[in-house]
Write a protein that binds this ligand. Sequence first.
Ligand code: ADP
Ligand code: MG
Length: 705
Amino acid sequence: MPTRKDGATVELPSPPISALRGVGPRVAEKLAARGLLTLQDLWLQLPRQYEDRTALTPIRLLQPGVAAQVEGTVEAVERGFRYRPMLRVAISDGSHATLVLRFFHFRAAQVAQFQVGARVLCYGTPKPGQHGLEIVHPSYRLLADADAAALGDSLDPVYPTIEGIGPVSLRRLIGQALDRLPDEAALELLPRELRDGLQLPSLREALLTVHRPAQDADVAALLAGRHPAQRRLALEELLAHHLSLRRQRLAQQAHAAPALKKAALAQRLRKALPFALTGAQQRVFERIRVDLANPHPMLRLVQGDVGSGKTVVAAMTAMLAVEAGKQAALMAPTELLAEQHLTNLRGWLEPLGVRVAWLAGKVTGKARAKVLEEVASGEAQMVVGTHALMQEGVAFRDLALAIVDEQHRFGVHQRLALRDKGTGSVGNGDAIVPHQLVMTATPIPRTLAMAAYADLDVSAIDELPPGRTPVQTVALSAERRPELVERIRKACAEGRQAYWVCTLIDDSDEVIAQAAQSTFEDLSKRLPELRVGLVHGRMKAAEKQATMRAFKGGDIDLLVATTVIEVGVDVPNASLMIVENAERLGLAQLHQLRGRVGRGSAASSCVLLYQSPLSQMARQRLETMRETNDGFVIAEKDLQLRGPGELLGTRQTGLASFRVADLARDADLLPQVQRIGEQLLAQSPQLADRIVARWVGSAVRFAGA
Ligand code: ADP
Ligand code: MG
């Protein structure tokens, strides 16, 4: 192992897999297809199961569903063709019981092996069959007459299958790779001081334990992924990802951005508002103001529960750009939401003399040409719109701030596409990059945010404007639907408005639209005195917009809708929300829908209608909704119930590719990861680089995000 001047050993790049015996180009190609290129990749290819071949189980003692190893003598062989080819081999042992081995795929040579009287050693999970217990496709070996079954002395690892490579060869290859594991001093990258107190084994020990667990190893812990050896690997992997995100963050901060220092216009906006900012809004805006005064790009995620008032903060932020003579853009995921922002922003900003332009897919022809021209000339100081903002042909004169609302609906690439609208270069050729503000009402748990968003700064608007009463939530079986009609009648008679949301009965837009249509007809009939409206995704944008406007203006009492209204829609007078088939929605979506009410001062309620019987998971979701209105608590629960994969949506793509770690299971490691990460970056950046290289490789996940 070569040594550097500073005494640190330099890790040799791990040898390619082709250095192993028995790996020709064909095998190498199959492994490469799964991203396995070097010995290190094989070390980190962990078993997903263990087989205990250290003992034999008498057939009589086999239990259905419990994997076991059995030795027996072939009693009978039957080859049949009922529906499909089949081979059944009955074996028995000294315990005077019979076990059937059943094969659906087999070669003639295999059939020939099973002669009555032959001895077989096999392993598998028995289940009840026609004639007692049977094992389908056991792994097995025939024993020569004199052979005693040689028992293993450790648990056998079972690896994820790789097409074209048999399990035995794969195990052998990984075994060979492990034989070449460097000694501890060469392998270990975490300095001892940082490892102390964690009570986790060294990397070498951890790898050997996971691949070759001792006979007395805690198999339950291994299978659950909670063994200290696995925790050690997960810790290092999480650390590597964390460090890589931090590094990207630093790279991002090294770019230049316009320093936006004047806040007089933002203050004028604040004073003109019909309400005072909450403490949380003020605090978050202050943070942003400090960020934007820097000549480096801000990249900040603002998490704020539904109704916490993120839009105002975004508007004030935009004023910092406008006052500097530059432009700001606000992109929202749906046209409905973008239009609402447009209305709010025009209401707030036009009195201040700020020109707000509108760009969405439906803006076409001459109108579009005119908007594009205003955007390009800089006459449009603020531009609000949908995905249309990112399209080709949209050129800003001087975009200094890109705001993305409800960012969980967008992919990282879309966010970057908007940012890139403002990327230019300064005199010396350095890239100049706009500031970015991303907002979400789907909070993710703090621990997860640390892992997933280490490349962003995160702030939370964790306070609702005063005077809101918490929404009362009940879950009702769908049979009680008729009662709701009376409830709607009563609420509307008091001058309130209500939503009725029809959800996923089917995944197709069309079926949902139909369901909404018939609910609309039914409710119109039952509630003749009310003005009932309908919006769904299949309507023309203009129609949708007209209906939404009428609802907002109080000209519609009851709005029947699909989940198109889920995100952001703001009608403070609405106080009753009914959600059909609530059992099929996730917590985040239910929370979003419920967030449409309770936005004014009236006491509001939310009725979650469900179809029985409820699954365990659905029951827990509905219970959580009844128990709390706090988006952060709901997010924690969502993480427990669903795991982080779905929670993070598109952004998750990079995180989903953990080899060992599981964010839900290993979330408790994250505070340590952060602590160790900060220390490493400060004290030994070269070690940090090597940890990143080991686990994340050179693949930069969100290049330059
Ligand atoms: P969200 O954070 O869900 O996007 P919005 O920005 O749509 O929330 O704000 C919800 C409602 O609360 C809007 O009608 C907005 O004008 C109002 N609002 C925002 N801030 C305050 C405040 N400090 N006091 C009172 N109302 C506020
Ligand atoms: Mg919003």
